[in-house]
Ligand binder design. Sequence first.
Ligand SMILES: *Cc1c(COP(=O)(O)O)cnc(C)c1O
Length: 356
Amino acid sequence: MRRPTPRLEIDLAKIRHNTQTLRRLYAAKGIHIMGVTKAVCGAPEVAHAMIQGGLTVLADSRIENIQRMRAAGIAARFVLLRTLPSRAEETVLHADISLNSELATLERLAEAAQRLNRRHDVILMVELGDLREGILPENLFSVVRHTLEWKGIRIAGLGANLACFGGIRPDAGKMETLSRLARNVEEVFDLRLEIISGGNSANYDWFSQTGLPGRINNLRIGESILLGCETLQRRPIPGLYTDAFRLVAEVIELKTKPSVPQGVVCQDSYGNVPKFEDRGPMRRALLGIGRQDVIPEGLSPEQQGLDILGASGDHLILDAKTVPLRVGDEIGFRPNYGALVAAMTSPYVTKKFINA
Ligand SMILES: *Cc1c(COP(=O)(O)O)cnc(C)c1O
């Protein structure tokens, strides 16, 4: 049987294993994890592997992905990581919980919930310095006060997100701040917050070094489950598979050519003016995969001795040096997070699930 390329091979047994290992690791200090499915576009196969790994809560930034998982029969509590005010009603319909940082959106959610005769849970995101989403700590009490006045929504907890936009490390100080805010809210408003969600895959170092995690009882974990690493330095986490995903492309041309293009250099297909170093004649392999399928800079060839020279929209060019290759051969790559997201999102990349 012909195997189409480009092809992303997804080992579900490895994802199951990573999920279970991380679930146990974090549970040892009282932390539940949500499995984050956005990088795989809510692929039900991957969601199912996370459920088999013992998770009961899945989180995604897109309503479409949550709908896709629900439609496939994935039984979980679903969390929407990014709430669009224009889609408050769908948020209430499809997500059990949503993360929020704006009163205007919370109000729309409350209205939608009342209209639909439902109760919707919200986690209020607090800004701890990474400068993506979050209510400024000095405004938190006022947001809580308003939110408590609205029927239809319930404050399920507080959350914070670090190491995403600003690259800020989630350390003991940041986590203590979140714990303290949670305790203060509970005290001042005489309520119990169910979920204190301290962050994402970047919280691994903090978690490993901390004795007691304070009020933090939840993390939202995507990349560690999928790629087996923490995300501050991208170091592998002991006991996890880092090779659950493999991207495969095929050699469509193999020739020895000069290392410097001949003629007058102008813009390339993406508007950059390329520079080349003369290294003499070079054995070049042209692969049938490009920027429309993946982020080439995020690929590492599996085979030793292959270097990526560059890519255009649908071709990738390798320096094949002395690696024995033939036209039609398949070449495997390990994708980083960005390359994985792009490959999952490209309709041109076939997804092949193995070890279901
Ligand atoms: C993407 C995302 C996560 C998961 O991050 P990973 O680094 O993949 O663990 C967690 N929380 C929020 C709000 C996110 O957007």
